[in-house]
Design a binder for this molecule. Structure first.
Ligand code: NAP
Length: 245
C-alpha cells in the first residue's frame, strides 16, 4: 500500500467508532492528516491520541450548522487545508411507516440527510480554495432498495444518493468529486438495532455469505478519496458481498 494521500487533509464525521473509525485509520495510513469528528468525545479523543501527530479530534454534532463552521475552521487552523470530506455519521432506528416513532423519524432525517447536506455545503469553500477535492457520502444498500420496517432510514439514504449526484454536477467546475458508498450489513454497534432474523436473512441472501467488516468500507472510501478515482464522480459504489444483485 502506498501513501496516495500524503499532504492531503481529510475530515471524517462519526469517526470515533465503527465504520468511521476504520475510515479514519485507513486514510491516515494512506498518508492523510485526519480530522476526526463525532458526538462521542472519549472514543474520538482516544483514537486521535493513538494515531498521533497527523490526527485531531473535534467534538461535532453534524445536525448543527454553526458546529460545522467551527470544525471546518478548526481543521483549517490545524492542518491548513481540506481535501477530503467523508460524511459518515449516521443513525438507524427501526419502525414501519405506520408505527415508527415520529421523533425518531425526524432524528434520522436530521443526522443522515441534513447532516450530509450541511457537510457538503461547508466543504465547498475550503476545497475550492485547495483547487479541488473529494467528498464521499456514506449511504447504504437502504439507499438502493426498499426495506420493510426501515422506512425513515431508507428515505434518508435515498436522499444521500440523490444529493450526491446533484453535488457531483454542481461542484464539478471546482474539480470537487462527489460519490456515494453503499454498505450492506457491516459488523459495527449499529447492527445492535437490527432484528436478528433480518440479519440472518441478509447474510443468507448474500452471495459472499458473510457480514462485511468496517475495513471493507474504508477501502472503498480510500479509493474514491484518492487519485485513482480522478475521473469518478456521481458514482455509487455498493459494498455488500453481492446482496442486492
Ligand atoms: P455506528 O457504529 O453507530 O457509528 C456512527 C457514529 O456516528 C457513532 O459514533 C455515532 O455516535 C455518531 N453520530 C451519531 N449521531 C451523530 C451526530 N449527530 N453528529 C456526529 N456524529 C454522530 O454506525 P456505523 O455502523 O459505523 O455507521 C456508519 C455509517 O454507515 C452510517 O451512515 C450508517 O448509516 C452507514 N451504514 C452502516 C451499515 C452497517 O451495517 N453498520 C450499513 C449500511 C450503512 P452515537 O453512538 O453517540 O450515536
Amino acid at each position: 500500500m502506498g501513501t496516495p494521500l500524503t499532504g492531503r487533509t481529510a475530515l471524517v464525521t462519526g469517526g470515533a467508532r465503527g465504520i468511521g473509525a476504520a475510515i479514519v485509520r485507513r486514510l491516515h495510513a494512506d498518508g492523510a492528516h485526519v480530522a476526526i469528528t463525532d458526538v462521542l468525545e472519549a472514543d474520538g479523543q482516544a483514537l486521535a491520541a493513538q494515531l498521533g501527530e497527523r490526527a485531531r479530534f473535534f467534538a461535532h454534532d453534524v445536525t448543527d450548522d454553526g458546529a460545522w463552521r467551527d470544525v471546518v475552521e478548526a481543521t483549517l487552523a490545524a492542518f491548513g487545508r481540506l481535501d477530503v470530506l467523508v460524511n459518515n455519521a449516521g443513525i438507524y432506528e427501526a419502525g414501519t411507516i405506520e408505527e415508527a416513532d415520529l421523533a425518531g423519524v425526524e432524528r434520522q432525517f436530521r443526522v443522515n440527510q441534513f447532516g450530509t447536506f450541511l457537510g457538503m455545503r461547508h466543504a465547498l469553500a475550503p476545497m475550492r480554495a485547495a483547487g479541488g477535492g473529494s467528498i464521499v457520502n456514506i449511504s447504504s444498500i437502504a439507499g438502493q432498495l426498499g426495506l420493510a420496517g426501515s422506512g425513515a432510514y431508507v428515505g434518508t439514504k435515498w436522499a444521500v444518493r440523490g444529493m450526491t449526484k446533484t453535488a457531483a454536477v454542481e461542484f464539478a467546475p471546482d474539480h470537487i468529486r462527489v460519490n456515494s458508498v453503499h454498505p450492506g450489513y457491516i459488523e459495527t454497534p449499529m447492527l445492535g438495532g437490527v432484528d436478528p432474523e433480518a440479519l440472518k436473512a441478509g447474510v443468507e441472501a448474500t452471495p459472499l455469505k458473510r457480514i462485511g467488516k468496517p475495513e471493507d468500507i474504508a477501502a472503498a472510501v480510500a479509493y474514491l478519496a484518492g487519485p485513482d478515482a480522478s475521473f469518478v464522480t456521481g458514482a455509487e459504489l455498493t459494498v455488500d458481498g453481492g446482496w442486492i444483485l
